[in-house]
Design a protein around this ligand. Structure first.
Ligand SMILES: [Zn+2]
Ligand SMILES: [Zn+2]
Length: 613
């Protein structure tokens, strides 16, 4: 349901007015508070505040909200006024607002008539504006005066429902050399019900946050000593990664993909040839060698290595397509501020693949890849939750790309035709193409609403030529192959994040790091536990992953059964087998599923029961 633009404008004015009310409440509580900017953001608003080193914490939210409610009750009218800029400068000086003073000085110097919220972004354009302005606009409610162009609601009573959400450090105007302020965030909605719904969605999202689930299920960890953005996978997390890899290779066999393996560093020259050195620039991790004049980097991509496997022997048109695949780590020096759990990391494991093919094979290969993506993602219940982007060149920046014009036009046409023939519902996005060609990306959303790219299929007419790759055609001539770059799962890290959040940690049975846990009632059943283990050791799953041996553990600690069940539930173990003396006497097992359903089976039937799950 899309909101009318009138509703949107009203909500904007409400949130904007809430920013003023929050700032006036903070000023009432801390009279020395200095204010930065206070724009409207998604779902709410914030204000950047500096209270001479006093830190606002979440425990202050209650009293700030209390003052805000008082201001709202007073129905203070938002009065608009204008002031000569010189007078405004004097006002800022007198009211000891150095940040406002800086903004006014900028306005006076560069000037602009379209400052809406004085957000840092807008201030960037402000400096470029040429026209000078004479007057600035103010809004006053009660004793609180703020430099602002509006719009606002009529009075403080008209702001709907709100809640303060968080406080975080923020550099003044986003500049690390400037003072650090505190950014106080709130959300605002027209009605209390909308606010309640929003908070509830947020609470649910928190429970599904992959960082929280990663800890609870003991899948991965980070260490300051290792460094930010470098996840460490625990034994359980490694099981999940290994199973995903096996599944990919199992499906990949049907598509004639062959597994290869490459080292994690290469001479920088390799990426100068491919064009990635220029593209990645600062994101490359350099590795120094003791032998001078050789500069190495950690690989940011895998294609250049793979081209050299292709180039290792002569190729005939009959050999094509040749498809290499590999699950391997690549490294990019991402900005520390952009790192986030497994969503954005510096060591990225890609199920990277490159297909070397003839032009007449493009369509058949693209179609196979789209099927592969569908098959793999469907097996995990993810397919359908995505949208597809068709990334093309930015026509204004053609010099950023490798390859020639003619090939680009053809590659874009081929990929566009393919996307529409397969009815992928692709949305065209200009400027998002790879350096060597157009691509199709499968985009998924994480719980925080961030768009994460998983699968990708990229058509490349340029790289093979840069590396001088060839095959001998039927008439004996040498021809340059086309390359398709593809990842089915994408990044293992991102994929795990999305999968954990989508399933709330309830991984499919075949993928659970621990599928079954035996919980004993007392030590008298230990010999019977050995009998059950014998049965479980014989269970091998054949679907969807073949030869998947059952993973189980035994909890025979001297703890209460209730505690053992609670722990297994928290770790989302799909099957619990409660072993008591009665089970031992009757040679049965009591199965308890994660949902709490219970069922008793003869031990003789246990193997078949589990294999059929
Ligand atoms: Zn305002
Ligand atoms: Zn590639």
């Amino acid at each position: 349901m899309s909101k009318s633009s009138k509703e949107k404008d009203e909500l904007y004015a409400m949130r904007h007015s809430l920013a003023h009310i929050m700032a006036s409440a903070v000023t009432e509580l801390w009279p020395s508070a200095k204010l930065g900017v206070g724009p409207v953001v998604k779902n709410g608003f914030y204000y950047d505040i500096d209270i001479n080193g006093i830190k606002i914490s979440e425990s202050d939210f209650k009293r700030i909200e209390k003052v805000m409610h008082k201001i709202i009750k007073q129905k203070q009218v938002f009065e608009h006024s204008t002031m000569k800029i010189e007078d405004a400068v004097a006002w800022a000086k007198q009211s000891k607002q150095p940040y406002k003073l800086e903004l006014l000085n900028d306005l006076q110097r560069a000037g602009t008539t379209n400052v809406q919220d004085l957000s840092p972004d807008e201030l960037g354009t402000l400096a470029d504006a040429e026209s000078k302005i004479d007057e600035v606009s103010f809004y006053t409610n009660g004793d609180f005066v703020d430099l602002c162009r509006g719009p606002h609601v009529k009075s403080t009573a008209d702001v709907g429902a709100f809640k303060l959400m968080k406080v975080a450090g923020a550099y003044w105007r986003g500049d690390e050399s400037k003072p650090q302020m505190q950014r106080l965030y709130g959300v605002g909605f027209t009605t209390k019900e909308q606010l309640k719904d929003y908070i509830q969605i947020l609470e649910e999202a928190k429970l599904r946050d992959h960082r929280k689930l990663g800890r609870e299920l003991d899948l991965f960890t980070f260490s300051d000593q290792v460094g930010p953005g470098l996840p460490l996978f625990t034994p359980r997390g490694t099981i999940v990664r290994t199973l995903l890899k096996m599944m990919l290779e199992q499906v990949g066999k049907k598509y004639n993909a062959q597994t290869v393996e490459i080292p994690h560093i290469a001479k920088i020259d390799l990426y100068e040839t491919s064009g990635h050195a220029q593209k990645f620039g600062d994101e490359l991790f350099e590795v120094s060698s003791h032998y001078k004049d050789v500069k190495f980097v950690m690989k940011p991509v895998n294609c250049p290595h793979h081209t050299q496997i292709y180039a290792s022997k002569p190729r005939s048109y009959k050999d094509l397509p040749i498809s290499y695949m590999e699950s391997t780590m690549q490294y990019r020096d991402e900005k520390p501020g952009e790192l986030s759990g497994l969503g954005r990391v510096r060591s990225i494991t890609i199920d990277d693949g490159h297909i070397f093919l003839r032009k007449d094979q493009i369509k058949q290969e693209l179609t196979k890849l789209a099927k592969w993506v569908e098959e793999f993602h469907s097996s995990l219940g993810l397919y359908g939750d995505h949208w597809v982007s068709l990334s093309l060149r930015d026509p204004a920046k053609q010099d950023q790309y490798t390859g020639n014009e003619e090939d680009w036009v053809e590659a874009e046409r081929v990929l566009e035709d393919f996307a529409s023939e397969l009815a992928l519902g692709a949305q065209k996005i200009e400027g998002e193409a790879a350096i060597y060609g157009p691509k199709i990306d499968y985009m998924y959303k994480d719980v925080s609403g961030n768009e994460r790219q998983l699968s990708t299929i990229q058509l490349d007419f340029a790289t093979a030529e840069r590396f001088g790759l060839e095959y001998t055609d039927s008439d004996g001539s040498s021809v340059t192959p086309v390359i398709i770059h593809r990842a089915i799962l994408g990044s293992y890290e991102r994929f795990m994040a999305i999968l954990l959040e989508k399933t709330a940690g309830h991984l499919p049975f075949w993928l659970s790091p621990e599928q079954v846990r035996l919980l004993t009632i007392n030590d008298k059943v230990n010999d019977y536990v050995e009998e059950i283990k014998n049965v479980l050791d014989g269970v091998v799953l054949m679907e969807p992953l073949k030869y998947n041996e059952l993973r189980y553990s035994v909890d025979n600690r001297q703890e209460s059964l209730g505690k053992k069940i609670r722990e297994a539930t928290k770790q989302k173990i799909p099957i619990m087998l409660v072993v008591g003396e009665r089970d031992k006497a009757s040679k049965t097992v009591s199965i308890r599923t994660f949902g709490g359903e219970e069922q008793t089976l003869p031990l003789a039937d246990l193997g078949n029961h589990i294999a059929g799950l």
